[in-house]
Design a protein around this ligand. Structure first.
Ligand code: SAM
Ligand code: DTB
Ligand code: SF4
Length: 346
């Protein structure tokens, strides 16, 4: 979508925007389910990058304890628990600038990916920059989606990070797509950006061909010691508007209501689901920051009659559309057994 189209949408009366987003959502996501993803930080802190929102950057005194790459056995315990709790996607994050093929650490990550993949979970990784070869190796090991966010507009990005560029981010995303992995790409609200910056980011993300498979919308969780530690909370109505615009601009993507839910009321989260959010991070920890308790999330889903999604076993990346930027089809595995989370919907 063009910036002008996004701006016109964003400025609609609130309920008109919600109505339009809901129509798009119902058309593309007929089952109305919510995907549960579990995150694990497999290598924490000490990152060379200076992202001004991040607790893991070595440039700031955030008080976070550094940890080296977790052993495979430990990651597997978390992955098995995530599966048992009903998550269908396991996302592993590492605080690195990027990865290099042939290093012992990358080989260890590939081993971990192979084992997590064997559990039948969708496997997502977010390890920083990737070259074409590394992307191919991750894909072959079983990574189905790679998370690499643009985070804000190209114009605002240099105010937030100086150790890599927007172009670097776009290059990694291209490598991920070329290797046949799905792209998970979104951003953070609350980085002192304008509404124009948010919509410019959405303009860029919606122009990807293929469009991303998922779009995480994070709200800044201010981290002590970082330059943005005192930033105010994002207006929840602006968050809902952004979710609605994302749903319309990237209709076939899962829109993930991501970091920051601990500060959102049930009512605002319900509005986000209505506006098109259909995925959350599930589990009491994100990478380093808090997330709602699982029992609270299950209670909310039950209250709203929302059912957790089953795994997408086809594990296909969205195909390039040569005619138009139309969305990929819903790839729900209808032959899989129904859920067992007792949220009251199925
Ligand atoms: N190092 C990798 C990278 O930068 O892509 C992966 C990890 S990084 C923590 C993944 C994403 O988490 C960031 O792009 C950002 O969108 C989000 N994030 C990080 N810190 C955050 C914070 N304090 N509040 C909200 N979102 C945050
Ligand atoms: C994304 O967009 N959000 C997740 C996931 N991708 C890796 C990470 C959120 C991190 C929140 C801050 C923290 O836990 O340190
Ligand atoms: Fe490092 Fe990623 Fe944090 Fe930036 S967001 S400091 S690259 S872990």
């Amino acid at each position: 979508m063009t910036f002008a189209e996004l701006e016109a949408l964003y400025n609609l009366p609130f309920f008109e925007l919600l109505k339009r987003a809901r129509e798009v959502h119902d058309e593309h996501w007929k089952d109305g389910k919510v995907q549960l993803c579990t995150l694990l930080s497999i290598k924490t802190g000490g990152c060379s990058e200076d992202c001004s929102y991040c607790s893991q950057s070595a440039h700031y005194k955030t008080g976070l304890e550094r940890e080296s790459l977790l052993p495979r056995e430990e990651v597997m315990k978390h992955a098995e628990a995530a599966k048992a709790n009903g998550s269908t996607r396991f996302c592993m994050g590492a605080a690195w600038k990027g990865v290099r093929g042939g290093t012992p650490q990358f080989e260890q990550v590939l081993d971990i990916v192979r084992d997590v993949s064997a559990l039948g979970l969708e496997v997502c990784t977010t390890l920083g920059e990737l070259g074409p070869e590394e992307a191919k190796e991750l894909r072959e090991a079983g990574v189905t989606a790679y998370n690499h966010n643009l985070d804000t507009s190209p114009e605002h990005y240099p105010n937030i990070v100086s150790t890599h560029t927007y172009e670097d981010r776009l290059r990694t995303i291209r490598n991920v797509q070329d290797a046949g992995m799905s792209v998970c790409c979104g951003g953070i609200l609350g980085l002192s950006e304008t509404i124009t910056d948010r919509l410019r980011m959405l303009e860029v993300i919606s122009s990807f061909n293929p469009q991303p498979e998922s779009v995480p919308i994070n709200s800044l969780m201010p981290q002590p010691g970082t330059p943005l530690s005192e930033n105010p909370q994002v207006d929840p109505f602006d968050l809902v508007r952004m979710i609605a615009c994302t749903r319309i601009a990237v209709p076939g993507a899962k829109v993930r209501l991501s970091a920051g839910r601990t500060r959102l009321s049930d009512e605002i989260q319900a509005l986000c689901f209505f506006a098109g959010a259909n995925s959350i991070f599930y589990g009491e920890k994100l990478l380093t920051a808090d997330n709602p308790e699982t029992s609270k999330d299950l209670a909310l889903l039950e209250k709203l009659g929302l059912c957790p999604q089953l795994p997408d076993r086809s594990q296909q990346a969205p195909a390039i559309d040569h005619d138009s930027p139309a969305s990929p089809a819903c790839q729900q595995d209808v032959s899989a057994p129904s859920c067992s989370l007792n949220t009251g919907c199925c």
